[in-house]
Design a protein around this ligand. Structure first.
Ligand code: GAP
Length: 456
């Protein structure tokens, strides 16, 4: 694995996220809650956009995939069948002096990293959060908060097969919250105890699984590139035999160069028929597929691309972050892909002059029907541009006195800082085209600007 760390400082990302309303420490007024984070007004938009981009790529634009949304609490037998009750654990050691617990595999020496105290022998610690369903707190009412969304898909395999009338190969996708009582958390939203996953279970005919495994590794790797992640910050790592999860025949991690170094962004596993066989055994139901071309019944194999929403968000934020010198000042800019940017366009009246307000509000009302739009009339235009650069807004629309005369506005693009002037009634169409990737070519549109507006 190549050495190194992303040169972007995690502290700067955490600070920007707090300052601009992307991510706050959870229940901060009470001092926060370990490794829990709240998404603020911009964070929630970025998160929605990441999920929307994934859903679009894996469901909307394909005819071999459908989605589900299963409940977080599932029948407790699910987790016995899946192996989580038995095996989803980490070896923990406890300091005999300060009683802090550590993951045995994270330690170099034999003493407590905090107080150098003596450590206990490792003991297995299950990572699933337990709670009780119903009014009685006894063993019979124990339920778990799901530690992965995957099992909600497996237990619904037959329901989806019967209702969607899909034929192999086909996949089921789900996104939603998962919970793990992680021992080692940290690095901001990289590893938390409550997080969101985006998972696909792609069912294939046994024997074709290797082909589909390679296909999904490439497909998922390309998804991050298409959304703007720099290729040099992304690589694949194949799991060695000892590292493979109990269910996996093979696994690749897509790793990203985070500020703390290379780490898993998404795992793609070949799960064979492990899950369907286990659930069939524990539920007593048949979970197989009838192949009407060959007349055979068999249990499909499964390829599982499993991604984290929060972890992807962190990668997109780190990758987009830049500090550039512009007009003698440092400009902090998030070069987020337009699809991911929380706000697509902001309306900036040149000043709060009452003559400008009606037109500026009219343009704002029109644009917000089409895009996530903000209206900002506080402070100088330069400072307002900087504010939008910092949150990754691709386009700023300025309304000036000339706009009252010629019904044209100026549009400034975030990355190049180039500006074009164009008629208000062409704005929606132009912004739609630019947001979906058309180059920001100023030339043809400058012609529509009057010499006055150009200051000539
Ligand atoms: N169903 C397979 C599965 O859950 P995993 O590698 O344990 O596999 C998949 O998790 C993805 O979920 C990871 O690549 C990561 O993006 C995300 N993830 C897992 N644990 C996480 C945690 N504690 N905090 C944030 N994201 C996590």
């Amino acid at each position: 694995m190549p050495e190194g760390k992303n040169k972007v400082d995690m502290e700067k990302i955490v600070s920007l996220c707090k300052r601009r309303g992307f991510i706050f420490p959870s229940s901060e007024i009470y001092g926060g809650l370990g490794s829990c984070w709240d998404y603020g007004p911009l964070g929630v938009e970025l998160k929605r956009n990441v999920k929307e981009a994934w859903w679009r790529a894996v469901i909307q634009e394909r005819d071999d995939m459908v989605g589900i949304d299963a409940s977080i609490m599932m029948h407790p037998q699910t987790w016995v069948a899946s192996g989580h009750v038995e095996g989803f654990s980490d070896p923990l050691v406890e300091c005999k002096d300060c009683h802090l617990r550590w993951r045995a595999t994270d330690l170099n020496g034999n003493s407590c990293p905090d107080c150098s105290g003596e450590l206990t022998e490792p003991k297995q610690f299950n990572l699933m959060f337990k709670t009780f369903m119903g009014p009685v707190e006894d063993d019979a009412s124990v339920v778990y908060l799901r530690p992965e969304t995957a099992q909600g898909i497996f237990v619904n395999f037959d329901n989806v097969l019967a209702t969607s009338r899909k034929k192999l190969p086909f996949g089921i996708a789900q996104m939603g919250k998962s919970f793990r009582n992680e021992i080692t958390t940290g690095n901001f939203i990289f590893r938390t105890r409550e997080f969101e996953q985006m998972e696909i279970e792609y069912f294939v005919k046994p024997g074709t699984d290797e082909k589909w495994f390679d296909y999904w590794v490439k497909e998922r790797f390309d998804w991050y590139l298409k959304l703007g992640i720099k290729e040099e910050n992304l690589h694949l790592r194949k799991h060695g035999n000892k590292e493979l999860a109990h269910y996996a025949k093979g696994c690749y991690d897509i790793e990203y160069l985070f500020p703390m170094g290379w780490a898993e962004l998404e795992g793609i596993a070949n799960r064979g028929d492990f899950d369907l066989v286990q659930h069939a055994k524990y539920s007593g139901k048949t979970l197989s597929y009838f192949d009407d071309e060959t007349g055979e019944h068999y249990t499909p194999y499964v390829i599982e691309p499993s991604a984290g929403v929060d972890r992807s968000m962190l990668a997109f934020l780190v990758d987009a972050y830049d500090e550039e010198l512009a007009e003698g000042e440092t400009r902090v800019v998030l070069h987020l892909h337009p699809k991911l940017a929380p706000i697509k366009v902001v309306i900036l009246p040149l000043s709060r002059n009452v003559k400008l307000v009606p037109l500026a509000r009219e343009v704002y009302t029109e644009l917000r029907r089409h895009f996530m739009t903000q209206y900002d009339d506080a402070q100088s235009i330069g400072r307002r541009y900087r504010r939008q650069d910092e949150i990754g807004t691709p386009f700023c629309v300025t309304i000036d006195f000339q706009s009252l005369e010629d019904k044209q506005v100026t549009i400034r693009e975030r990355d190049s800082m180039a500006q074009i002037r164009l008629p208000i009634n062409e704005m929606v169409k132009t912004l739609q085209a630019k947001l979906s990737g058309e180059p920001f070519d100023a030339q043809p549109l400058w012609a529509t600007r009057t010499p006055d507006a150009l200051g000539q």
